[in-house]
Write a protein that binds this ligand. Structure first.
Ligand code: UN1
Length: 505
């Protein structure tokens, strides 16, 4: 505890974050590494949440008038702060979320990448010109800032998810209020401090309140979701939470970007490069201790390669280095908490009851980290895609099912309530194309010869069905953060009506 707390203090001070500003008794940040308390913070009460949204709204009214390329300059400066403090923030992610150092750094790199993307975007918020049916008329489409964007983020990507949303929101002319997971408030405090450093360098045209951090529980989040000055809520987390956000926003007809549960599959076809498949399966099934929304959870293996692939996987799984994520050699860090461990054990018991053969899955003792929940990642051979496989369990459990026919495997890929990510390993171009075709995978992400996790920020990120349907990050995801205005301009000296209607007065 002493060591982690000393590390925490050093990291926060390097990033210019002052924990005294947040000290309190409401929200406890616990390190999953050893289960020890890192800090206790105060929660914002209803008045404080309201004041933050007030400030964010006032900031929006100014920020929308700052030219977009200038807005991009602020995001560029923020990207510089992230580059300078990548090690510190990455390590703090490790300390508070339990990711291994490589993945903590990777998460900060995703923030840097989206900043770069957003800076370019700040000069490319393109609209269309449209042919008018009337003589002497011009039609065009213009994108305008939207307002305060409310962001709800989860513990497993405690800093990158905010950045995907915020970097786009800022260049689009919006302000942002952020309600991070109660499990990871410290990383949010650090990011907020780094953003304020960028604001200080930027100058006075960045209004106070451009970025507001709301520390609190579900109630604080709910207050933000229900505030009519927040036209867009972007929420990442459980399907249960997302359903509530969707209902609340629907009541006031606000927009949402929902990034909810995933139940991602991979098909390993007869022609697959099995060496590559083993590496991709392992990274996507056990990386982040199975706690990514893109984690590989279901594996469909063709009958002809099953007996080669599955024993190889078991061999790799048996040798995985499990331990403190601060140790360079570790590949599997802890689960976030005791509750996550219980969910994993419940799912494994259900799998056994459904005739699953479980390999691994037990708790692993790590010396010096007795309070942490470390597990041996589980491989579960299932006779069929049964009930337990319909659910996302946020832990490293990989269910394996044999298949004989590609159409059947694609049907299994799609036969779950979630629709985030999917992949196929094949060197047969016909199979690859079928998997990505209109009658192929129904997910937001469909990959060939890579796993379902670890997406780059340049593509639109999100999924269908219970995953929520929203898209964040690259491509044209920025459009969700703006409002579209269609303008028709008459530069003639007559007033012809559309559809040829005659209306003489
Ligand atoms: C998440 O787990 O919430 O594709 C997001 C990936 C990461 C994002 C994961 N870029 O795995």
């Amino acid at each position: 505890m002493e060591t982690n707390q000393a590390t925490l203090a050093a990291l926060l001070s390097e990033m210019g974050a002052n924990l005294a500003d947040y000290a309190g008794k409401d929200i406890t940040s616990t390190s999953p590494i050893d289960g020890q308390v890192l800090a206790v913070l105060r929660a914002d009460n209803a008045d404080q949440v309201k004041a933050k949204i007030d400030r964010a709204h006032a900031a929006f009214l100014q920020w929308r008038n700052v030219p977009a390329p200038r807005r991009g300059e602020l995001v560029r400066l923020f990207g510089e702060e992230l580059r300078l403090h990548k090690e510190a923030l990455g390590k703090l992610v490790t300390l508070e979320a339990g990711k291994i150092l490589q993945e903590g750094l990777g998460e900060v790199q995703e923030m840097i990448d989206i900043c770069d993307f957003a800076v370019g975007l700040s000069r490319q918020l393109y609209g269309l010109t449209i042919a008018s049916e009337r003589p002497g008329h011009r039609m065009m489409e213009v994108w305008h800032p939207l307002g305060v964007v409310g962001v709800i983020s989860a513990f497993n990507f405690p800093v990158a998810v905010w950045a995907w949303n915020a970097a786009l929101a800022f260049v689009c002319g919006n302000s942002v209020t952020w309600k991070p997971s109660e499990k990871t408030p410290l990383t949010a405090v650090a990011v907020h401090a780094l953003f304020q450093k960028a604001v200080a360098r930027f100058g006075s045209d960045a209004p106070v309140g451009l970025a507001e951090l709301i520390i609190g529980d579900r109630e604080a989040g709910s207050q933000m979701v229900n505030d009519k000055r927040v036209p867009l809520v972007s929420a990442t987390g459980s399907t249960r939470m997302g359903r509530q956000v969707a209902q609340d926003c629907a009541t006031r007809l606000a927009k949402t970007i929902l990034e909810l549960g995933g139940n991602n599959a991979m098909i390993v076809a007869p022609s697959a490069d099995l060496e590559m498949a083993v590496r991709a399966i392992t990274f996507s099934a056990v990386g982040t201790a199975g706690q990514r929304c893109t984690t590989l959870r279901r594996l469909f293996v063709h009958d002809s390669v099953y007996d080669t692939l599955v024993p190889r996987l078991k061999k790799v799984y048996a040798g995985l280095p499990i331990g403190s994520p601060l140790q360079k050699s570790t590949l599997i860090g802890p689960l976030i908490d005791h509750a996550a461990f219980d969910c994993m054990q419940t799912a494994l018991a259900a799998a056994r009851a459904e005739q699953g053969q479980v390999f691994g899955g037990e708790r692993v003792a790590v010396a010096g980290s007795e309070g942490g929940y470390y597990v041996q990642p589980a491989l579960v051979e299932m006779p069929a895609q049964s009930n337990v496989m319909q659910h996302e369990t946020f832990a490293p459990i990989l269910y394996i099912v044999r298949y004989t026919d590609l159409q059947q495997a694609i049907a299994l890929n799609n036969d779950v309530p979630q629709g985030l990510s999917s992949s196929i390993f094949t060197t047969d171009v016909r199979e690859a194309e079928r998997f990505m075709s209109d009658s192929g995978s129904d997910c937001g992400i469909a990959n060939v010869n890579i796993g379902p996790s670890g997406a780059e920020i340049g593509g639109a990120f999100g999924g269908e069905k219970e995953t929520g349907g929203g898209r964040e990050s690259g491509s044209d995801a920025w459009k969700a953060y703006m409002r579209r205005s269609t303008n028709t301009i008459n530069y003639s000296d007559s007033l012809p009506l559309a559809q040829g209607i005659s209306f003489d007065i």
